[in-house]
Design a protein around this ligand. Structure first.
Ligand SMILES: Nc1ncnc2c1ncn2[C@@H]1O[C@H](COP(=O)(O)OP(=O)(O)OP(=O)(O)O)[C@@H](O)[C@H]1O
Length: 367
């Protein structure tokens, strides 16, 4: 079992990590993300859960943040204080006890296996400065107004849940809920501010497609870069390079600099690199939006193939239909907190009621 925490993460901008027999304890976390956001000062703390005492986060003032209620279990109703239930909203049809995803697994699940992924009291806070280069003048103006120079965003707050082998977990939530932040933390790109993530196996992500690519390099060179960022050796990437190029269907563009690609072409290349990594754990963040309609079908078929042999899969999508179709469990996150865990149907229903918009809000994405 490997674990991700602020102190022992293998940080790659490529959006993925290998499991950590190779993890280097002295590797220090780098800035968490592009832009000017960095994790809080507490990022170096590996908040291990010690003797049943859950690690506590700290707020902006360094005050202990109260532990959140325990994560709901599959099939649970939303927590009592979750603003989900609406007296006038009809109850949804009861979800089946165990939802069956469309995709059949190639390998049987070992029921005694430890969780493929264990997220323990995970909190992530972004710190953002208002100006790119703060000046003394702007600092004085802020001081005069009683404003803080640094804004903190508590993107994830005390999230805890286990994902067992064979799980395809859908992650739903409104814009800004913290879904991508969770995925980036799972991928090892973003160190926890506090808490811990334990991952069993190799992880490959289809999130932030193409992060780690270099616009000045050719498609082929970026395949090597992307493969190395995903943790493969040079020889391993070279072995797959042709297959990746074929899958991306970029023809002569493979020898041209990436900056000459359209956004869709760059996504196709990134998608092709990611799906050829044979991961144990697959992270997919709206990856199906890559490419045009024809490529989308091909991408969906490739994902089916990957998911049939992956140990676990995480899918972030605003399309509840995709989540229902591809996943057998779901979590709903709101403002960085775990609101509910259950079947995709139950979570989707609760989330839809919460938004008070009805299923129609998703028809565009579901097309
Ligand atoms: N690099 C960053 N710097 C500062 N704040 C950030 C950064 N990335 C995300 N946030 C903030 O963290 C919160 C969670 O963002 P996140 O991208 O995880 O949400 P999301 O659920 O993926 O949203 P969406 O559905 O819109 O993609 C938001 O309030 C967002 O503004």
């Amino acid at each position: 079992m490997s674990s991700l925490s602020a102190s022992d993460m293998d940080l790659t901008q490529g959006g993925s990590r290998r499991s950590d027999e190779n993890a280097h304890p002295e590797v220090q976390p780098a800035a968490a993300d592009q832009g000017d956001a960095v994790p809080t000062d507490t990022e170096a703390i590996d908040a291990k859960v010690v003797d049943d005492q859950p690690a506590q986060g700290t707020d902006a003032e360094g005050q202990a943040v109260a532990a959140q209620p325990a994560a709901a279990q599959p099939g649970d109703e939303p927590p009592a204080d979750a603003p989900v239930a609406d007296a006038e909203t009809p109850e949804p049809a009861p979800a089946p006890a165990v939802a069956q995803p469309r995709i059949e697994r190639k390998y049987p699940v070992d029921p005694d296996a430890p969780p493929a992924v264990s997220v323990q009291d995970l909190s992530i806070t972004y710190r953002t400065t208002f100006e790119k280069i703060p000046t003394i003048k702007s600092a004085i103006v802020r001081l005069g107004r009683g404003e803080r120079a640094v804004r903190e965003v508590h993107a994830l707050q005390n999230l805890s849940f286990d994902v067992m082998e064979g799980t395809a977990l859908g992650i739903i939530g409104a814009n800004g809920a913290g879904k991508s932040t969770l995925m980036r933390a799972l991928a090892g790109v973003l160190p926890p501010t506090s808490g811990r993530i334990e991952v069993r196996g190799e992880i490959s992500s289809l999130l932030s497609l193409g992060v780690g690519f270099n616009g000045a390099l050719s498609g082929r060179e970026n395949v090597m870069l992307g493969g190395l960022a995903q943790g493969l050796t040079r020889a391993q990437v070279a072995e797959r390079a042709e297959e990746i190029a074929e899958f991306a269907e970029l023809g002569d563009f493979m020898d041209l600099p990436l900056r000459t690609y359209s956004a869709g072409m760059a996504q196709r290349l990134a998608f092709a690199v990611s799906v050829h990594m044979e991961p144990d754990i697959l992270l997919i963040d709206e990856a199906l939006s890559a490419g045009d309609a024809r490529f989308k079908n091909k991408a969906a078929a490739k994902m089916d193939e990957l998911m049939s042999s992956a140990r676990a899969m995480f899918l972030v999508s605003h399309s509840l239909a995709s989540i229902r179709e591809l996943c057998n469990e779901a979590i709903w996150i709101h403002e960085g907190r775990l609101m509910m865990r259950g079947t995709p149907q139950a979570c989707g229903d609760a989330y839809t009621r919460f938004l008070e918009v009805g299923e129609n809000a998703f028809t565009l994405e579901d097309l």
